[in-house]
Design a binder for this molecule. Structure first.
Ligand code: ADP
Length: 273
C-alpha cells in the first residue's frame, strides 16, 4: 500500500478514537508524508483548542457549584434554625435570607447574560451613542456610594460611538462600580474620553487599592476575585470583569489595564468608531 494511503487510513482511525474523555490524544504527524503533515498539524491544533474549551467548561462548572454552595447553605442553615424555634421572630431570618437570595439572583442574571453574549447566533443591535452623556448618567446613578465614601468622579472629553446601548451601560457600570468599591475614602476617579478619526478611547483611572500583577492573567476569568472575603463583603460576585471583557469582544474592541498596589488602577478601552 502506498505510504500516503496508509497515513490517511491511520489518520482516519486516530480521528475515530477521539472522544470527550480522550481529547488529550494527538496524531503522530511528525512521520507523515509532507502532503499530509500540514493537515495533521491543523488537526492537532484544533484538538488543542477543543481540549482547552472543555477544560474551561469543566472548571467553570466546578466554580459555579462552589459559588452557589455557600449562599445556598446559608439559606438552608438560617431557615432550619428559625424553624427549630417556633417562637422566633422570623423577620430577621427573612431579612438575612433576602440578602443571600439577592446575591444568588444577581449571579444567575450575570451568568445568563454571559451565556447570551457568547451565543454565536446573537444579533447585536447597535446605535450611535453619546459616550459622555451615558457615563454622566451612570455616575449620577452611583452618586450615593460616591458621596458616602467622598470619592470624586471627574468625566472629561466626549465622543460618539456605534455600540449596543444596554451593553455600553453595563460595561461602564461594572468598571465604575469596581473603582468605587476598591477605592478608599476621599479617593478620586477620572474618566477620560478621547477619539481620533477612526477610534474611541475610554480610560477609567482610580487611585484605589490597586492590583498586583500576578493576578492580571486571570483577572477577566469568571469568578476570579483577588480577596474573596473583601470582594464578597462589597457584594462582589467575580463576574463583573468577565462581562466587561465579553462586551468588549462582541464589539471587536480591546481592554488593557495598568495597576500598582496602593497607587491605583487604570482600565483603557478602545473601539473602532
Ligand atoms: P467582583 O464582583 O469581585 O468585583 P470583578 O470581576 O468585577 O469581580 O473583579 C475581579 C476582581 O478584580 C475583584 O474581586 C477585585 O479584587 C479586582 N478589581 C477589579 N477592579 C478593581 C479596581 N478598580 N481596583 C482594584 N481591584 C479591582
Amino acid at each position: 500500500m502506498k505510504r500516503s494511503i496508509r497515513s490517511l487510513i491511520n489518520m482516519t482511525n486516530a480521528a475515530k478514537t477521539i472522544t470527550a474523555s480522550s481529547l488529550h490524544q494527538r496524531m503522530d504527524a511528525d512521520y507523515w508524508p509532507q502532503e499530509f503533515s500540514e493537515l495533521g498539524f491543523a488537526f492537532n491544533n484544533m484538538l488543542d483548542r477543543i481540549e482547552e474549551s472543555f477544560s474551561r467548561l469543566r472548571s467553570f462548572s466546578a466554580d459555579l457549584a462552589h459559588e452557589l454552595r455557600t449562599p445556598i447553605n446559608n439559606l438552608l442553615g438560617e431557615t432550619e434554625v428559625a424553624l427549630l424555634h417556633p417562637q422566633t421572630d422570623y423577620r430577621q431570618t427573612l431579612e438575612s435570607n433576602f440578602e443571600e437570595l439577592k446575591f444568588v439572583a444577581a449571579m444567575i442574571e450575570n451568568l445568563l447574560f454571559l451565556a447570551q453574549a457568547e451565543n454565536p447566533r446573537l444579533v447585536l443591535t447597535k446605535e450611535k451613542i453619546n459616550v459622555a452623556e451615558i457615563i454622566h448618567r451612570i455616575k449620577d446613578y452611583y452618586e450615593e456610594i460616591a458621596l458616602d465614601k467622598n470619592i470624586e468622579i471627574d468625566i472629561q472629553g466626549h465622543a460618539e460611538l456605534l455600540f449596543n446601548l444596554e451593553m455600553f451601560g453595563r460595561m461602564i457600570s461594572n468598571l465604575l462600580l469596581n473603582s468605587l468599591k476598591y477605592t478608599d475614602q476621599d479617593g478620586k476617579i477620572l474618566v477620560n474620553i478621547s477619539h481620533t478619526k477612526d477610534t474611541v478611547e475610554i480610560q477609567l483611572k482610580d487611585n484605589g487599592i490597586g492590583i498586583d500583577k500576578i493576578h492580571l492573567p486571570r483577572l477577566f476569568d469568571r469568578f476570579y476575585r483577588i480577596d474573596e472575603a473583601r470582594a464578597r463583603d462589597s457584594g462582589g460576585i467575580g463576574l463583573g470583569l468577565a462581562i466587561v471583557k465579553s462586551i468588549v469582544d462582541l464589539h471587536q474592541g480591546t481592554i488593557h489595564l495598568t495597576s500598582k498596589i496602593g497607587v491605583g488602577t487604570c482600565f483603557t478601552l478602545q473601539f473602532s468608531r
